[in-house]
Design a protein around this ligand. Structure first.
Ligand code: GLV
Ligand code: MN
Ligand code: MN
Length: 416
């Protein structure tokens, strides 16, 4: 295999250039999916990849595919990428590193004039974060046939705008039917978003799978009433019920030990200092490697809701809007990552991802795996999120090597 090296400076420059689109005063990024800022970074991505001779196609969920030709046009591409949308207080690396490391790997091939066997693609998946439109990973979910396309484009943000309308507004509803795009394999570089690589002084996480996750939407309905005149025993305070349920989610996760449980979004109505809240909407995110643990947590939270509803005179509805089983990545792709790290002289640790990733859905329809790099203090979904230039470069280098290793094996398999 030819010894190609990615350029850490070029990758870093791209990370810093895209971080300006939606930059926050605290050094992070707020670039919610399908907003005008998302359009700007998409336009940047399209221009950059086209300048490298790529053909860019967009599917009807807005996912972008930048393709570099290989020897064989009849072989599905080996793809790599991640997402360019961020959380409201996101950092510069979650998602962006995966797309820009892929861009750098592709640029390295281009500048070296290296001809791969299969075409190579860089992918920017739409709405990985699930922050504006729930659930997360919606486009890769449609791609994998887990969600219906029509259901997905009708999802609404909290202002009532649909995913489809937002796609049209930024001009990124493409002609290709989502899912009609075969891949030979998919590789995703990502910051770990947790503490283990840094803690153990390892340079690369060889990701073998992703833990199970579930999302719920909860509505608590009580009665609006005057804060000064409604005696305490007569109240039906939806926020008091919600607060106790938040505590129940936290307690269920603590009891389960390996699990995590989060209420990250809560809306109180009518939202006035002197009105007893009559309605609360909130979300629950629960994760554990074992779905049976999530079954138990769900049962505990549901029982708590029933009890609270009776005690406080509230109607509480809990709706499961997303269930993702645990993912086990493809052994050949995991081996390609391990080999990529070995030839790059980098230390590794096998790991299961605590965060959700598009690679998990893609792995249902194509062989896939992931490469993690350490991030400072394990902090992510935070403007302070940070991985060094060297750490980012290590991820991109392993990505390039893994893709080349997979490409070589693919050529053998096709009898070339
Ligand atoms: C994606 O960011 C997730 O919630 O894991
Ligand atoms: Mn991400
Ligand atoms: Mn994220």
């Amino acid at each position: 295999m030819k010894n190609l090296s990615i350029d850490p400076e070029r990758l870093w420059d791209d990370l810093m250039a895209t971080a300006k689109i939606g930059a926050t005063p605290k050094g992070g990024i707020c670039r919610l999916t399908l907003t005008d800022l998302d359009r700007q970074v998409r336009d940047w991505f399209k221009a950059r990849t086209e300048a490298l001779g790529c053909t860019v196609t967009v599917d009807d969920m807005g996912t972008m595919f930048a393709r570099r030709k290989g020897q064989r046009a009849d072989v599905p591409p080996i793809a790599m990428g991640s997402h360019l949308d961020t959380q409201p207080t996101g950092g510069k690396f979650d998602g962006c590193l995966g797309v820009l490391a892929a861009l750098e790997a592709l640029r390295t091939l281009h500048l070296a004039g290296y001809e791969t066997f299969a075409p190579i693609e860089v992918v920017n998946w739409t709405n990985e974060e699930g922050s504006r439109f729930t659930p997360a990973l919606i486009a890769s979910g449609v791609f994998a046939g887990v969600f219906e396309r029509d259901w997905a484009v009708n999802r609404q943000d909290r202002s009532g705008e649909t995913f489809g309308a937002a796609l049209d507004k930024i001009g990124y509803r493409g002609p290709q039917k989502c899912g009609d795009h075969k891949l030979s394999a998919f590789f995703e570089v990502h910051i770990e978003q947790g503490p283990y690589l840094e803690e153990e002084g390892k340079q690369i996480g060889v990701v073998t799978g992703v833990q199970a996750m579930r999302w719920y939407e909860v509505t608590v309905v009580g009665q609006d009433s005057h804060a000064g005149t409604t005696p305490m025993p007569r109240r039906h305070d939806a926020l008091v019920g919600a607060a106790r349920l938040v505590e129940a989610v936290n307690a269920a996760a603590l009891r389960a030990k390996t699990a995590v449980g989060t209420v990250g979004l809560l809306e109180v109505k009518p939202g006035s200092p002197n009105v007893v809240p009559g309605e609360v909407y909130f979300t629950i995110d629960m994760r554990d490697p074992d779905p049976a643990v999530l079954d138990r947590m769900e049962a505990e939270v549901t029982a708590a809701a029933k009890k609270l509803g009776g005690e406080l005179g509230l109607q509480i509805a809990i709706k499961n809007i997303w269930t993702q089983p645990p993912t086990r990545f493809n052994a050949d792709c995991v081996a390609a990552v391990r080999e990529g790290a070995r030839v790059s002289g980098l230390s590794t640790r096998d790991m299961i991802s605590g965060a959700g990733h598009d690679a998990a859905y893609v792995s249902r329809v194509a062989p896939a795996s992931m490469i993690f790099v350490p991030c400072k203090d394990g902090i992510s979904h935070n403007e302070a999120e940070y991985s060094s230039k060297e750490q980012c470069a290590a991820g991109a280098q392993v990505l390039l090597q893994a893709v080349l290793d997979y490409d070589r094996r693919l050529a053998e398999r096709y009898g070339k």
